[in-house]
Design a protein around this ligand. Structure first.
Ligand SMILES: *Cc1c(COP(=O)(O)O)cnc(C)c1O
Length: 376
């Protein structure tokens, strides 16, 4: 049996042509034609505020953390079940991370439990839209309004996904996306910060450009530029933006295909889930699915290990991910000691199935058949 790998980056075919174009124009550093084209696309299609391409979602999160102007000891509420960068970006700014637990029926953070975590030092909430499925943003924004908090959406996995008809990434004051090769739309490494609060745009551009007001200078708004604030080199080169533009042009095609594959997994595995062998993804009424990833929740770590091994024997690669951050080597000693049982549950029992553009319907049949063989 041929190997069914876990992820395979999809090339639309125009990537190298656009890179050549960037090279021919001899415009290789950041914020050139392709960068502006990508940023404008996202602003217009989804209604994001100011979009700034970055070299990764991690960088976009670091920019967001800088824009929150945190003081040492300020607290940031972050789910424990997420990628390291969601928390690390804020820890680097001196914040204390207060980890929130996931919901019982899905990995997103439990909005009903956020208010209990708020103290006079709380400044930011960082909802992560896991698998591109929206967090309950009305509930989160209501708490943020009540306590005057900033909301940074970690929308790394959530391109082209919606909450009650609103695109994810438009709801918090700031939001971040990833174009890492494992995501739906890719540029190798890559990301984007969206600044929905107009008051933060000017400073975001400065932080993006090494703490200088160079962006203003290039727009002709000032006659020289200099060092005015903190920042770093967060902008990607035009070569990366050119690659991304080729992906953006095929976005609808990519999204339709991924959603079809996801639906096939869902309908094929639904009967087994109904019998109680495992859980399949739950999509609340307020959320859409963007076909980013398909996961199962096994009964426990033993069953998950058995399932991963069973798939591996059939030459199918399935992977688990996210180890509760409140138990991580870096942060466990700084955590306040609260148990976060749902986060631990997903750490032990969630497994991701192969998911990529070129996956064939027959591949999905084979994956599902192999899974069924283990249980029936
Ligand atoms: C992929 C991912 C990131 C990191 O994205 P990079 O572009 O690799 O830095 C952050 N948060 C979440 C939830 C992710 O899935």
């Amino acid at each position: 049996m041929n190997e069914i790998t876990f992820n395979k980056p999809f090339l639309t075919g125009n990537e190298t042509a656009y890179i050549c174009e960037a090279v021919r124009m001899m415009q290789l550093s950041g914020n050139g034609i392709f960068t502006k084209r990508c940023q404008r696309f996202f602003e217009q299609k989804y209604g994001f505020g100011k979009c700034l391409l970055t070299t990764s979602c991690t960088d976009a999160l670091e920019m967001a953390a800088m824009l929150c102007s945190l003081q040492p000891g300020d607290e940031v509420i972050v789910p424990s079940y997420t990628f390291v960068s969601t928390a690390l970006a804020f820890v680097r700014e001196g914040a204390k991370v207060v980890f929130a637990d996931s919901m019982n029926n899905m990995p997103n953070l439990d909005a009903s439990k956020i208010e209990a975590l708020i103290t006079p030092r709380t400044r930011v909430i960082v909802p992560v839209h896991y698998a591109g499925v929206a967090c309950d943003m009305d509930a989160i924004m209501a708490i943020a309004d009540k306590y005057h908090l900033i909301v940074v959406e970690d929308a790394a996995q959530a391109i082209d996904a919606y909450y009650k008809g609103r695109p994810l990434g438009t709801i918090g004051q700031l939001s971040t996306f990833s174009f890492h090769e494992t995501k739906n739309i890719i540029s190798g490494e890559g990301g984007m910060l969206c600044v929905n609060d107009e008051r933060l745009i000017e400073r975001a551009e400065i932080i993006w450009e090494k703490g200088t007001n160079r962006t203003k200078f290039f727009r002709g708004e000032i006659d020289k530029y200099g060092w005015v604030d903190t920042g770093s080199s967060f902008l990607p080169s035009e070569i990366i933006a050119a690659f991304l533009w080729a992906q953006i042009e095929c976005m609808e095609q990519i999204q339709n295909k991924r959603k079809q594959l996801w639906e096939q997994y869902y309908t094929t595995l639904h009967p087994l889930a109904t019998k109680g062998y495992f859980q399949i993804p739950f999509i609340p009424d307020y959320a859409t699915n963007n076909g980013h990833l398909f996961y199962l929740i096994c009964k426990n770590i033993k069953e998950r290990t058995a399932l991963i091994n069973k798939l591996k024997e059939s030459n199918i690669l399935a992977l688990f991910h996210y180890l509760s951050l409140h138990k991580s080597a870096f942060y466990a000693a700084k955590h306040d000691g609260r148990e976060l049982p749902n986060s631990d549950k997903y750490t032990d029992s969630l497994v991701r199935l192969p998911m990529y553009y070129e996956l064939q319907p027959s591949d999905i049949e084979r994956v599902c058949k192999t899974i069924a063989d283990m249980y029936i």
